[in-house]
Ligand binder design. Structure first.
Ligand code: PLP
Length: 387
């Protein structure tokens, strides 16, 4: 295995709901959720049976042939999508969804510059990496990156306006920056971007790969601001853990692609589509969007109490069950100690603990996470004071 992942010393073999089990039979509360993938919970019975049923019927079917499950998914996806985004390209990952968004924006507008945000994350394939800000990911490959991407501070409309030229095709933004440290778009920013884009005929791309499908307490994070993008990227949670991605756009935009200009061998395969179709059913029937909002608010309040209690914590950010707890110290020890105590946490940079648990996590599990964190933080503070 390529040595590219920061590994946790644990071997996971089984999962259900928000609980994971390791090879020794030990249970863990999963606050990582596969970086936001396991939104409906691990091995949700509806998703499992949809996959089982489909894999006995048909696994592969290239998009040059029509397929019933793909059609079913597309219908459901467009129904829950932001208004007007009714033409879809199906692919296999978030980065691929971004690649498609960038290409179609350039194709539609005939322009070639894209404005992205400081602290943004859009994936690590070369096109998506060109839109990703973090120098740690970009610098080693700088010579391969597209020079038509400009970065402006997240939240600064004046800087966006300064960056616009006659050649600007699109602005790409995460409504809540995930990998960059869980930063919520400040009030007025997305609304302002919409206005600028409308005035200058520039396309607005929202990357909802991490924030989509109810994670933030709305089906799409963009709904918190009432702003509809022209193009939207989705992925991660969409197929309950099977690889998938989707780019949605207004019809006239997606129609800028001519046959053959953008395709994918596996994109739209019936197996991933069957899983994704079941995921959408589960989200709607189990009211997971509302659940994310309700549990997220209660969990956030508990984390805010921790911030009051411990000086090594700075603040809590985020919406729904996409939360970040920023510390004043490197959080590596906290993560490893949490693992020892049966909680799998995720980082966002060196000092932000990111919570992306399955939305089916229980309040009892969230309370247990807070109690375990409280014990660890107490010890960390003691270490700082007494050495
Ligand atoms: C906002 C956003 N866009 C794109 C991606 C890339 O997705 P993938 O890893 O599936 O390529 C991610 C992954 O973390 C993400 O958070």
């Amino acid at each position: 295995m390529a040595n590219v992942y920061q590994r946790y010393p644990v071997c996971i073999v089984r999962g259900s709901g928000a609980t994971l089990h390791d090879i020794n039979g030990r249970a863990y509360i999963d606050c990582m959720g596969g970086y936001g993938v396991s939104l409906v919970g691990h091995c949700h019975p509806r998703v499992v049976s949809a996959i089982k049923e489909q894999c006995e019927k048909l696994i592969a079917c290239h998009c040059s042939l029509y397929n019933d499950k793909r059609a079913e998914l597309l219908e459901k996806l467009v129904k829950i999508a932001p208004k007007g985004l009714n033409k879809v390209f199906l692919c296999n990952s978030g980065a691929e969804a971004v690649e498609c968004a960038i290409k179609v924006a350039v194709r539609y507008t005939g322009r070639s510059e894209i404005i992205s945000m400081v602290r943004s994350f859009h994936g690590k394939t070369l096109g998506a990496l060109s839109a990703t800000w973090n120098p740690k990911y970009r610098e080693p490959f700088r010579s391969l990156l597209n020079q038509n991407f400009k970065f402006v501070p997240f939240g600064r409309l004046d800087k966006v306006e300064e960056a616009i030229t006659d050649n600007t095709a699109a602005i790409i933004v995460e409504p809540i920056q995930g990998e960059g440290g869980v930063h919520v778009a400040p009030k007025g920013f997305l609304e302002g971007l919409r206005k600028i884009c409308d005035e200058k005929s520039i396309l607005l791309i929202f990357d909802e790969v991490q924030t989509g499908f109810g994670r933030t307490g709305r089906m799409w994070a963009s709904e918190h601001w009432g702003v509809t993008p022209d193009i939207m990227c989705a992925g991660k949670a969409m197929a309950g853990g099977l690889p998938i991605g989707a780019t949605l756009a207004r019809e006239e935009i997606m129609d800028a692609f001519k046959i053959g200009e953008h395709t994918s061998t596996f994109g739209g395969n019936p197996l991933a589509c069957a899983a994704a179709s079941a995921v959408i059913d589960v989200i709607l029937e189990e009211r997971l969007v509302e659940r994310a909002w309700d549990l997220g608010n209660r969990f956030k309040a508990m984390l805010e109490d921790l911030v009051e209690e411990y000086k090594i914590l700075r603040e809590v950010r985020g919406l729904g069950l996409m939360l970040g707890l920023e510390a004043r110290i490197d959080i590596y020890n906290i993560l490893m100690e949490a693992l020892n105590r049966g909680v799998i946490l995720l980082y966002s940079g060196k000092n932000v603990i990111r919570f992306l648990p399955p939305l089916v996590i229980t309040m009892e599990q969230l309370e247990a996470v807070v109690n375990i964190l409280r014990d660890i933080l107490l010890e960390e503070e003691k270490k700082l004071i007494y050495g």
